[in-house]
Design a protein around this ligand. Structure first.
Ligand SMILES: Cc1ncc(C[n+]2csc(CCOP(=O)(O)OP(=O)(O)O)c2C)c(N)n1
Ligand code: SF4
Length: 289
């Protein structure tokens, strides 16, 4: 969806669906909204069927508030819990087969650049740790090596949540899961190091404990991807069902995990740092090409 693509003839505005009007007049289309104001404006995602208290849902809501030009963004996702909420958002969503998100996003981003030469279109992959680090690993790595200009966000709940608790490459060593009863044998994959090795321009690891920081990180990643190259955010988004975290304690868990092993870190290539310091950080509001 894009305001440039949908041109309303004067006098016909009132015939557009109210949902669309509200997203433009009192939502995140056109205007950059602040996370501190969440709850007081129309959001791109308002209902979803995910488990109560799932941290992944909070992170997805924050992503939609943070994107620098929501009405010009396309989300690519796949099988996994996140797509249950992402597919309810007022943002175009492409459901890649499990494993091929970053191949789909590569073609999509290139195609959009040709189709809309005068309008920036942001492509963002949002998928689980199984979808990106295991079954989609090859497509993720090659999109990074090819320097494809889009953002990859891993919703890292350290398990295959949607299929009932199998270990993923991102599960911590030793963790016992419903379908890994002897405990995981191998180490958690170091996707941050692999992203550095493959030349990713901006990398961040974040937990959803500080919503403003999450939003700033996502915005930064998307703006750097436009100008410099691939960006990667690895977000701790606990699965309260498979890890048996009582719903009221989900944020306590996030703070504990953050303090223990998931502290905020970010990394820039020299080119990304130079772009961000000289140009990106000065960009205010929503952005068009
Ligand atoms: C090619 C293929 N293999 C397996 C599946 C079954 N499947 C659906 S969701 C899922 C696991 C999702 O785990 P993850 O990507 O970590 O996301 P989460 O549900 O934890 O958010 C699997 C294996 C599938 N849909 N397609
Ligand atoms: S199973 Fe886990 S990751 Fe999936 S919606 Fe429920 S709490 Fe969230």
């Amino acid at each position: 969806m894009s305001l440039e693509t949908i041109k309303v003839s004067p006098g016909f505005e009132k015939y557009l669906p109210k949902e669309y009007q509200d997203l433009v007049d009192d939502g995140p289309f056109v205007k950059q909204r602040k996370v501190s104001e969440m709850g007081s404006f129309k959001e791109a995602i308002e209902e979803h069927p995910m488990c109560a208290g799932c941290a992944m849902t909070l992170f997805i809501r924050l992503t939609y508030v943070a994107l620098p030009s929501l009405e010009n963004s396309v989300i690519v996702g796949t099988a996994g819990c996140g797509r249950l909420a992402i597919s309810q958002g007022a943002v175009p969503f492409i459901y890649g087969n499990y494993g091929d998100t970053n191949a789909v996003a590569s073609g999509l981003k290139r195609g959009l650049d040709i189709r809309f030469p005068n309008q920036e279109k942001d492509v963002v992959v949002m998928a689980g740790d199984g979808g990106l680090a295991d079954i989609g690993f090859h497509a993720v790595m090659h999109s990074w090596f090819r320097n494809e200009k889009f953002t990859t966000i891993m919703l890292d709940n350290e398990v295959y949540g949607n299929t009932g608790g199998q270990e993923s490459g991102m599960t911590q060593k030793g963790t016992v899961m419903k379908m890994a009863p002897l405990g995981k044998k191998g180490e958690k994959m170091d996707m941050i190091a692999l992203a550095k090795t493959s030349g990713v321009a901006y990398i961040a690891r974040v937990a959803p404990t500080n919503p403003t920081r999450v939003a700033n990180t996502i915005r930064k990643a998307v703006l750097i991807a436009r100008e410099v190259g691939p960006t990667y955010i690895q977000a701790y988004t606990s699965c309260n069902i498979e890890y048996a975290i009582p719903t009221p304690l989900v944020m306590d868990d996030a703070r504990e995990v953050e303090a223990d092993r998931y502290g905020f870190t970010e990394y820039f290539t020299d080119e990304a740092k130079s772009y961000w310091d000289n140009t990106g950080r000065k960009i205010k509001g929503t952005v068009k090409k």
